[in-house]
Structure formats: C-alpha cells, structure tokens
Design a protein around this ligand. Structure first.
Ligand SMILES: [Zn+2]
Length: 84
C-alpha cells in the first residue's frame, strides 16, 4: 500500500456515509474530519460518501450531508461521480 494517492479511498481508510441506497451512485468528498459516534467513541475520517439524493440535498457541501455511520474501506473498486 502506498501513500500519496488521494484520488480514491485506500484500503483501511475511514469513510463516513449516508444511510441510503447507493444504487444511484456514490459521491465522494476528500475530508479530514474528526467525528464522535453516538456511543462517544471518536474517529478520524478521510472520506465522506453520499448517495445522489444526499448530494443534491446538501448542494454538494460535505458538511451538510447527514452522516449515518462510518466504516473502514475494504479496498473495493470505487466509481466516482462529481465532487464539486
Ligand atoms: Zn443518502
């Protein structure tokens, strides 16, 4: 695994995501975002992923996306959409 490729999540990266069906496609933001889970534990996310509906609702603002949870990226291939 190499550092420096920041164009897509790397295996092991923490990703925040919305809770919706992602069949419409995921939108990704590169973030450096500390967060606190409902159980009080904290984490540091490198990416935020949202479905198309959340992307539109947030007007493309990562901070406006309602985050439902976090996970560790497993290294699966990623299809990218707009990131503005
Ligand atoms: Zn969503």
């Amino acid at each position: 695994m190499t550092d420096g490729d920041e164009k897509q999540p790397q295996k092991g990266d923490t990703v925040l995501y919305c809770a919706h069906d992602v069949a419409s496609g995921l939108h990704w933001w590169r973030v450096a975002m500390g967060f606190r889970r409902p159980d009080g534990s904290v984490g540091e996310a490198k990416w935020l992923a949202a479905c198309d509906a959340c992307f539109v609702a947030s007007a493309g603002n990562a901070l406006a996306v309602r985050v439902a949870g976090d996970g560790t990226w497993d290294g699966s291939p990623v299809t990218f959409r707009a990131q503005d």
